[in-house]
Design a protein around this ligand. Structure first.
Ligand code: PMP
Length: 282
């Protein structure tokens, strides 16, 4: 695998980052994950918009401009040919003697790698997945795509140990999102997803699902999802760039709806697959 590190394209085994990198010492950085279908990045400009917002929020000067990001991604993908892939891209504040306050005159560390993108197991389309609820113990700027993911990791691990695929996080009596995914519920035939604020990551897949619903006349509301809404939902879905739209059929051990992926999910999934196919075909 060829990776990108600070302007160079290198074999992964030769890429080196200092132990004084603030990403390593503090988790002081931000990241993006961009899915690539048939050589084309899905919603690239939206991913770069979010990267720029994350960088601005943590006050890291953008190390590359738009053209620079696009060029780097194109070259990195050329070095790592394949069909469906995803690019992981991270920017840290850089290498400096350890001190919480920002170092002077340090340039950011920019790293990117390409991973295979494996679509969800086809069995999931039949059975769905299990999720468990738990308190959202994260900080109050969940809208920033920070590499500091300890609370998300602990939540996901707890879910896995409970035999589930994802944790659904609860804050102030409301469900915010998954440990690494956005949340949708269907109640009375209407899709509901929590509005974008500082309590959740503005997912690119989330926004695409909202747009596809509008394009195809499927009723959707951006509104808070209470614990009661979640438990009464006919359908629950989780979205992310790598998981697409995942139907949740068991919540805390209790079947969701009739315990099978629902009809609204099937309809949305069809539109999502068509969107991907159109991207592949250019
Ligand atoms: N929320 C969180 C906390 C996430 O980590 C992710 C994926 N990284 C998402 C939502 C989904 O975002 P996207 O659709 O952009 O992958």
């Amino acid at each position: 695998m060829t990776v990108y590190l600070n302007g160079e394209y290198l074999p992964e085994s030769e890429a080196r980052v200092s132990v004084l990198d603030r990403g390593f010492l503090f988790g002081d950085g931000v990241y993006e994950v961009v899915p690539v279908y048939g050589g084309r990045c899905l919603r690239l400009e939206e991913h770069l918009d979010r990267l720029e917002r994350s960088l601005a929020a943590v006050r890291i000067e953008p190390p590359l401009d738009r053209a620079g990001w696009r060029d780097m991604l194109t070259r990195l993908l050329e070095h790592n040919p394949g069909e469906d892939r995803s690019v992981y891209l991270q920017v840290t504040r850089g290498v400096a003697r350890r001190d919480h306050a920002f170092p002077a005159d340090t340039s950011p560390t920019v790293f990117a790698m390409v991973n295979a993108l494996t679509p969800p197991d086809p069995a999931v389309r039949e059975t769905g997945v299990a999720a468990v609820t738990m308190p959202d113990t994260r900080w109050s700027r969940c809208d920033i795509k920070a590499i500091t993911l300890l609370a998300n990791i602990l939540a996901r691990q707890q879910a896995v140990e409970a035999g589930a695929t994802e944790a659904i996080l609860m804050r102030g009596g409301r469900a915010t999102e998954g440990a690494a995914s956005n949340l949708f519920v269907v109640g009375d035939g209407v899709i509901v997803t929590p509005p974008k604020d500082q309590s959740l990551l503005p997912g690119i897949t989330r926004d695409l699902v909202v747009e596809l619903a509008a394009d195809h006349g499927i009723p959707l509301m951006e509104a808070p999802v209470t614990e009661a809404d979640l438990r009464a939902a006919e359908e629950i879905w989780l979205t992310s760039s790598t998981k697409e739209i995942l139907p949740v059929t068991r919540l805390d051990g209790v079947p969701v709806g009739d315990g099978r992926p629902g009809p609204v999910w099937a309809r949305m999934m069809k539109h999502y697959q068509t969107y991907k196919q159109q991207l592949r075909e250019g």
